[in-house]
Each structure stands twice: as C-alpha cells, then as structure tokens.
Design a binder for this molecule. Structure first.
Ligand SMILES: C[S@@+](CC[C@H](N)C(=O)[O-])C[C@H]1O[C@@H](n2cnc3c(N)ncnc32)[C@H](O)[C@@H]1O
Length: 216
C-alpha cells in the first residue's frame, strides 16, 4: 500500500478535500445514499471513503445492530475520517482498513451493500472489471452496489467540450486530473450486476451518474 501511486496525492490533500471537492460533489453523493437505501442491521462496505462523510451516514443508518467497513489507500484520509466518526459518536460501528484495492481483504458474501463515490473512475479502465469482481465476491447474493461517478453515458464521441477538455487533462496530466469519465452502467452490467435506478446530473458541465445495481 505504501507504494501505491494514488496514496501520496490523497495524503497531501486529505485536510483540504472537503473544501476542494466535497462541497460540489455532495449532492451527487447524497443521491447515491438515497439509491443504496441502507437499512438498520446491514453490513456495508465503502471503497475509497475519503474524509468519511458516507461512513458516518451509513453508520447512523445501520444503527447499533449493523456495521460499516471502509477501505482506503490514504492514511491521511483515514485520520480525517476517524476524527469525523469520533465527532459523530459512531466509531464503534465502523472498521477502517488502510489498504489498496484490488484485492479486498474481506470474506466472500460478507456485505449487504458496497458503495463507491468518485472512486471507481480512479482505477485504470482495464482494472475496473477486477475491482467489480471483488465487489461481487464480497456481496451476499442479492446484495447492492452503489456507484457515484463521472459518467460517460453515450460514448466519447458525444462528450461536450468541458468533458473533452477534462479527458485531455487526464491523459496529459494524470497527476493533476487523476480520474476519467467511465460508462458506469455498461461496466456494472459487463461484470454481471443487474442495474436498477440510475440518476444522471451534472457538476460544472461534467456528467455524473448515481447508480444502484444488485448482484444476482
Ligand atoms: C476522489 S476521492 C473520493 C472520496 C469519497 N468517496 C468522496 O466521495 O468524497 C477517492 C478516494 O479513493 C481513495 N483511493 C484511490 N485509489 C484507491 C485504491 N486503489 N484503493 C483504495 N482506495 C483508493 C483515495 O485515497 C481517496 O480517498
């Protein structure tokens, strides 16, 4: 994990992340929470928990009988998220695992739902099937996967100028723009998920999707 290429960047920005990104992404993340529909007593996994907003929300929703696990490669994010959970008084319901995904160090069929917000698009395109295969492995039969991400719904030829510029930045300056729009629905379907509700929105002219899918 120490040598993972995404770690130094997220360690550096962990104390500023909420100011830089979370304020603009919050609405989309909250839509992802709504679609995932977490219930009391459930076991939830979040991959790439960042500063921990979703961990706190899920910990409240699962209540005293449920449990939330978060995995993230950044120890800086781990510190910020731990402080947030202590403030909210939910740290006894949350386990934090500092590790790089894939793989997931969790037993098969151990979660009711897995959530990724603004994280799936950080993986190289050819690694996403491996990540989603791991998500399916750790989900119970019928378990849900919630994804909120920069979306490429209709193929690269239909992108607007803002999206094309963003992708150009990602190709040429990946250390500054580390993510790229991805065809989330298609990727989930190719990995064997059954896609349910999808909400599309935009953030500063960039397409974003919140998707919920289940693992048959
Ligand atoms: C763009 S941030 C999103 C954070 C949070 N989900 C949110 O919506 O605010 C992506 C997070 O994924 C983590 N991350 C990036 N690559 C990872 C990997 N390969 N394994 C685990 N975590 C990773 C980063 O450290 C960071 O906290």
């Amino acid at each position: 994990m120490e040598n993972h290429p995404n770690k130094p960047f997220y360690d550096r920005i962990s104390r500023f992340y909420d100011g830089i990104a979370h304020s603009s992404e919050r609405k989309a993340t909250e839509e992802g929470w709504r679609l995932l529909s977490v219930k009391p007593g459930e076991r939830i996994l979040e991959i790439g928990f960042g500063t921990g907003h979703s961990l706190v929300e899920f910990a409240r929703l699962v209540g005293a009988t449920g449990h939330v696990t978060g995995v993230d490669v950044s120890s800086g994010m781990g510190e910020v998220a731990s402080e947030k959970m202590a403030e909210a008084g939910v740290e006894d319901r949350v386990t934090i695992d500092l590790a790089a995904v894939p793989p997931l160090a969790c037993p098969d069929a151990s979660f009711d739902a897995v959530f990724l917000s603004f994280t799936l698009e950080l993986f190289p395109l050819n690694e996403i099937p491996e990540v989603l295969a791991e998500v399916r492995r750790v989900l119970k039969p019928g378990g849900r996967c919630g994804v909120v991400c920069m979306d490429q719904p209709a193929g690269p030829e239909n992108e607007n100028l803002m999206e094309q510029t963003y992708e150009w930045m990602h190709r040429h300056f990946p250390h500054i723009v580390d993510c790229q729009p991805i065809p989330a629905v298609e990727l989930l379907e190719q990995s064997g998920f059954r896609v349910g509700e999808v909400t599309r929105m935009d953030i500063w002219g960039l397409a974003v999707a919140a998707v919920v899918a289940d693992s048959p």
